[in-house]
Design a protein around this ligand. Structure first.
Ligand code: N2P
Length: 432
């Protein structure tokens, strides 16, 4: 999000907070940036009043990474009514008792879009998050996708982009963008480093997603330190634009940002493509939840329902590039493009979707999904990951910085040495 947009959002937030009515007429939504068609917010306000006879004003705020949102809820205990964590953060929130169950039954059947549009795939995945607590009772999936490589076909071949190691390829140094999302970078790099163990069956993808061992953290850290010198930027949302402007040519990114960038780039004659590298990747989803500090669970539940209305889901998809987790067939139909090859999406929409012509960057086919796994909460070990991340990004200056630093130090030493020599010479002269 641009600074001006942020400043505007902050000013709007302050103005709306001051002028808003009682808390029961306010709904505080905290979502990822660039993750909604904002015109649906006033539409929700009107729909809510029409359905319930009650007024509501949405206060909408955004975050760039999960960890920022989580810390506001965990440490700040902020009273957001609806937030949108990713899988492993949802798991953490569930484990730590930070969520309240959703009262779906309070929505009349005829407009219960949550109940009517569930994808069996999403429901199964949600059940697996924590076998002791069914995440389906606490959350409703919003968008989902994969992590992969977005690349510019003018500079990068399909072959080069087919492996995660493209982010370390010296050919693209200075033109590589990496998501500033520690877990979404750690997992692909670990999958790359452990590809032989994966192939031989010594370890499974699912097991790797739980691997927070010191040994694996150290291996990923060493790898990322090699990547770092070629990195143009660690980004949460500006990478897609850098790719359309050809400032970057390789980007470790999410599929939704990739869809957005591919379309924008095509409009200016730049060809970008997206691939889930052959070694495997993570599949992720973000879902709506109501934190336990929420003050308006009722409006939050209606808001989540509204987001599941197929026409609203489609508009959010079209605006953001991300794919809705909505299982309604009309959502899939809105994305059909006969020019695309047929993709097997039966795992998501049932047998009727075993060969649909859609963009595979949006909806990954079965063979892609089979080489992807879900990230999991690491509990206390998360701190080790964040420490490693800041060592990679922050504490260790790039080689060029060290070279400049080294030259400056040598210059200082030489300067000091020569000035001393000169003084001695003068002194000697005077002494003579
Ligand atoms: C969009 C954020 C997408 C979140 N800016 C991917 N988990």
């Amino acid at each position: 999000m641009k600074i001006r947009t942020l400043a505007f959002a902050a000013a709007m937030f302050a103005a709306v907070s001051l002028s808003a009515g009682p808390r029961s007429e306010i709904l505080k939504v905290y979502n990822w940036s660039d993750y909604i068609e904002e015109s649906v917010l006033p539409e929700f306000e009107a729909w809510y009043e029409q359905q319930t006879g009650e007024k509501i004003k949405v206060i909408y705020q955004t975050f760039d990474i999960n960890e920022t949102m989580l810390s506001k809820i965990e440490k700040g205990q902020e009273d957001y009514d609806v937030v949108c964590p990713s899988d492993y953060i949802l798991e953490r929130m569930l484990n730590n008792g930070l969520l309240i169950p959703l009262d779906f039954a309070s929505i009349p059947d005829s407009i219960n879009y949550i109940a009517n549009n569930k994808s069996p795939y999403m429901q199964r995945i949600f059940r697996e998050i924590n076998p002791a607590i069914d995440a389906n009772d606490y959350s409703v999936p919003y968008m989902w996708g994969t992590s992969g490589i977005l690349y510019n076909t003018k500079y990068v071949t399909d072959e080069e982009a087919s492996t995660w190691d493209v982010i370390r390829n010296p050919k693209f140094a200075g033109k590589i963008l990496i998501k500033d999302a520690p877990r979404d970078v750690y997992c692909p790099v670990l999958i790359y480093l452990k590809q032989e163990e994966l192939k031989s069956g010594k370890v499974t993808l699912a097991e790797l997603m739980h691997d927070s061992s010191d040994e694996s953290l150290a291996a990923v850290e060493a790898y990322l330190k090699q990547v770092k010198d070629g990195v143009l930027g660690w980004e949460a949302d500006f990478g897609k634009e850098q790719m359309t402007k050809e400032r970057g040519v390789v980007s470790l990114n999410w599929s939704g940002d990739a869809v957005w960038a591919i379309e924008e780039a095509a409009a200016v004659g730049v060809e970008l493509k997206y691939v889930v590298p052959k070694e495997g990747s993570n599949v992720w989803f973000d879902s709506w939840v109501i934190p336990k500090y929420a003050k308006n669970a009722k409006a939050a539940t209606w808001f989540i329902d509204f987001m599941c209305r197929p026409d609203i889901a489609i508009r959010n998809m079209e605006e953001t590039g991300y794919v809705s987790a909505n299982g309604a067939i009309e959502v899939l139909e809105s994305q059909i493009d006969e020019e695309k090859p047929a993709v097997d999406l039966s795992y998501f929409f049932g047998e009727q979707a075993s060969a649909v012509h859609v963009d595979e960057t949006l909806y990954p086919g079965r063979e892609i999904i089979e080489r992807c796994a879900l990230e999991h909460d690491w509990g206390e070990d998360t701190a080790k990951l964040l420490a490693m991340w800041s060592r990679v990004k922050g504490a260790n200056a790039s080689i060029s910085t060290w070279v400049i630093f080294g030259i400056a130090i040598v210059g200082l030493i030489l300067g000091f040495f020569f000035s001393k020599k000169k003084k001695n010479h003068h002194r000697g002269g005077r002494r003579k």
